[in-house]
Design a protein around this ligand. Structure first.
Ligand code: NAP
Length: 280
């Protein structure tokens, strides 16, 4: 994951304590930081966008990856083939997370595949709806909360029997959970709910050795954020960000192996902004 070969690092106070530990990590991680060999990961919504990048990145660091999809079967299967061609392990797994029992159906399939233990759950699948406050229907509101909140909640609940000491739950939140942008109030509220779940789940599951965090991207160039392809969308994005380009899914994907790795073993209950310095 951390390709540090050829980089020069200066660590002040590097002879004792945390400084020394950091220096040792830098040396070790030049070779291999997030060694996830033999860890098994489920990534929801891995057919495209951020989930696809996360699944690929976890596989590159050695994880065995269950590539979840709903409608994007071909895309999911192409990622599975890509991972297998590179010598990794991947399996496609389908479920519609808008369905009332979607998370239960997916969890049951996963429990059958994983043989008693799931190390990494990335609850990434999500939908968005950009409309003025007056234009959102009750049906759209319910669907947003079904896919973005209900499904992750029950996925964790239903996978608890196979999540154990040292395992990880990583949700996907958003910049808009903490800052207003665009006409996506209900979508933003689903991400606010995710941030709340992170805190409560991390507190409840910490005693069982399970860490719970969220990655919170800003604008990322995916099907969901197609507005970023327009000139006005690009300008709006640039006006919010310290770093002056639109993020690609790969800019986000590498953070998942880090959060799942030993290097992040003391991080839980946090929402990690991965947004190029948005709305600072
Ligand atoms: P995307 O390209 O639209 O991909 C969405 C993924 O979610 C797809 O793999 C899709 O699977 C899956 N999905 C959608 N509805 C589903 C359903 N009913 N059941 C099961 N799976 C379903 O979106 P993205 O931008 O990568 O978003 C991924 C996550 O990042 C979401 O949680 C989103 O809220 C969050 N996020 C995105 C941005 C951004 O700017 N793009 C910013 C902040 C946070 P199928 O295609 O197989 O149906």
């Amino acid at each position: 994951m951390a390709k540090l070969e050829g980089k020069v690092a200066v660590i002040t106070g590097g002879t004792t304590g945390m400084g020394l530990a950091t220096a040792k990590l830098f040396v070790k991680e030049g070779a291999d930081m997030a060694n996830l060999t033999n860890r098994i990961a489920l990534v929801t919504g891995a057919s495209r966008g951020i989930g696809r990048a996360a699944a690929r990145s976890l596989a590159q660091d050695g994880a065995r990856v269950l590539v979840h999809y709903s409608r994007g079967r071909e895309e999911a299967e192409s990622l599975v083939s890509e991972i297998r061609r590179a010598g990794g392990y991947a399996e496609p797994v389908a479920a519609d997370l808008a369905a009332e029992d979607g998370a239960h159906v997916l969890a049951e399939k996963v429990r059958k595949i994983v043989d008693g233990r799931l190390d990494i759950l990335v609850a990434n699948a999500g939908i968005s709806k950009s409309v003025p406050i007056e234009a959102l229907s009750v049906e759209d509101f319910d669907r947003l909360f079904a896919v973005n909140v209900r499904a992750p909640y029950f996925l964790v609940q239903q996978l608890l029997p196979v999540l154990g000491d040292g395992s990880n739950v990583i949700f996907v939140s958003s910049l808009v959970a903490r800052s207003a942008a665009g006409t996506i109030a209900a979508y933003a509220a689903t991400k606010g709910a995710i941030d709340t779940l992170v805190k409560h789940f991390a507190a409840a599951l910490g005693p069982r050795g399970i860490r719970v965090n969220a990655v919170a991207p800003g604008v990322v160039d995916t099907e969901m954020s197609s507005f970023a392809h327009t000139e006005s969308g690009r300008q709006l994005t640039m006006s919010m960000q310290a770093l002056k380009r639109v993020a690609t899914p790969d800019d986000i994907g590498g953070v998942f192996p880090f959060l799942a790795s030993e290097a992040a073993r003391w991080i839980t209950g946090h929402i990690i902004a991965v947004d190029g310095g948005s709305k600072l």
